[in-house]
Design a binder for this molecule. Sequence first.
Ligand code: DAH
Length: 365
Amino acid sequence: MSTGVENLAQLESRFFDEIQSVTSEDLLNRLKSQYLGKQGFISEILRNLGQMPPEERPKMGAGANLLKKKIEEECRTALEKIQNLKKEKKIREESVDTSLPGRGLAEGGLHPLTQTLQEVQKIFKEIGFSIFEGPEIETEYYNFEALNIAEDHPARDMQDTFYINVVAHRGHPESDTKQGRHSDLPLLRTHTSPVQAHVMKNHKPPIRMIAPGAVYRRDFDVSHTPMFHQVEGLVVDQDIQFSDLKGTLIYFLQSFFGENLKVRFRSSYFPFTEPSAEADIQCVICQGKGHKNDVPCRLCKTTGWLEVMGCGMVHPGVFEKAGYDSKKITGFAFGLGIERLTMLKRGIPDIRLFYQNDLRFLNPL
Ligand code: DAH
């Protein structure tokens, strides 16, 4: 064996020794250029071939090329190994520790207004009431006329009611009513009472219903928003009396606010009921005393009472408009505000808070 080829064997085993300690791409590149680069060992051998005895040249040349291939191959394998190790290390560092306790799902709750709506419906359903819905875009007829609300009633003023594109809708909006026809002037309903008229138009007595839903008025302050929610109630049959109204509403208010709650009925006026009343409950803050810890109660303004709903015996004119015989048929109606009930029950001081998307309103109770 010639010295040249022996040198090749030594070079090879030196390379394979050195590559064992290569742990990074940088070191690998350096080693590679030491052997295969332009100034590297292999190039040097090939450059020096010419100075060798001619009979040794082919063997030496072939040996050097073979070694070059082996080194290239080995460097490729080493590079792959280094890259794989790097990837595994990264995965290990970034991977999830499945033994850690989980963070848990953030639990949501129903909006307080939804909860109140559901509770009110549940209480009335349990005593035999059905649930009806009416349109939020109403006509002047259903919102006012069918309910005996006179044309000059302040509630019909443009300041309270959102009318819908009056001029585009018809040439002269008032003319139809004047001619004795129903006014179909569109508006956003200002209360849920028009559902009474829809239900009576489509059903014969006995009726025992509630109608929950959104209503709209041109108002905005601590106790008014342009959209809020009401629940209307209507009971129609023969021989319905004011005592039925009182019994039903006291039962409802005590179920909602608490068993021993005091309730009073104060005479009032609504165009669609006669007689009419406001139902008051004993103040939820001062428990009806007007003062709490010697401080005057601000919620009830020291009266000890809070107004919670309007009610009354259905006006004969409303029955007549519905096509009922007001001599045979009697009934009572009521209307309550869902926001107001919720504010009183939970001590929420400003109605606008309901609509500000504060996530705390959705925390589970
Ligand atoms: N619709 C009235 C309002 O929005 C509330 C109301 C009062 C409804 C008396 C009734 C009722 O059915 O009998 O202020």
